[in-house]
Design a protein around this ligand. Structure first.
Ligand code: SF4
Length: 189
């Protein structure tokens, strides 16, 4: 009896096309479900707060080299934290400019930022519109759901309802490409 032919092995390696770039490693909230800032491992306290110019360049270059080597048509980069809006606008502008410059002529850059939205204002939205940065906002529930779990006494803030400027920002910057994500943890309690 002959053995059935074994199909040729397919490579499981797929080139990366999405990168998460941590631009600030502190947060302006203190959610009690946070596995970074509110858990036992407090080693983040000893790390730099914001991405340096050197690291911005060291991140942009290899992403472009990787995209070129694999012939990618699009690369998605998500600016993350901590809370990325804690990085000042000048730093975020440098990050966007470096990434756009590195990937120009290589592939399309799908640049995004994921924020809790507390600091979001017209100035940030103008920057995002200028650099084609899409915005994802994570919301931990309405005021009633978020208050018992976020120590407003410490921060004076909760997500959407703690950002008095956000509704007007969303109205004023319809071109800013803003999407809102609701944190599922608030729904399970
Ligand atoms: S907003 Fe996110 S990073 Fe900040 S404390 Fe809450 S869960 Fe942690």
């Amino acid at each position: 009896m002959t053995r059935p032919a074994v199909p040729p092995r397919q490579s499981a390696l797929v080139p990366l096309s999405q990168f998460v770039l941590k631009v600030h490693s502190r947060c302006d909230l203190a959610c009690d479900h946070c596995y970074v800032y509110e858990a036992a491992d407090q080693s983040w306290r000893g790390r730099p707060a914001a991405i340096s110019d050197e690291v911005i360049s060291q991140a942009a270059r290899p992403i472009a080299e990787h995209a070129a080597a694999h012939g990618l048509s699009t690369v998605q980069v998500v600016l993350h934290g901590g809370e990325p809006l804690l990085a000042d606008r000048a730093r975020l502008r440098r990050v966007a400019a470096e990434l756009h410059a590195a990937l120009r002529g290589v592939c399309h850059l799908d640049l995004r930022i994921h924020t809790n939205g507390v600091l979001l204002n017209e100035d940030f939205c103008g920057l995002f519109a200028e650099h084609g940065i899409k915005v994802g906002i994570s919301i931990d529930g309405d005021r009633a759901a978020a208050l018992p779990r976020t120590p407003e006494a410490r921060t004076g803030r909760i997500t959407l309802s703690r950002s008095p400027t956000m509704p007007s920002v969303l109205d004023a910057e319809p071109g800013a490409g803003i999407a809102v994500a609701h944190c599922a943890s608030s729904l399970s309690r």
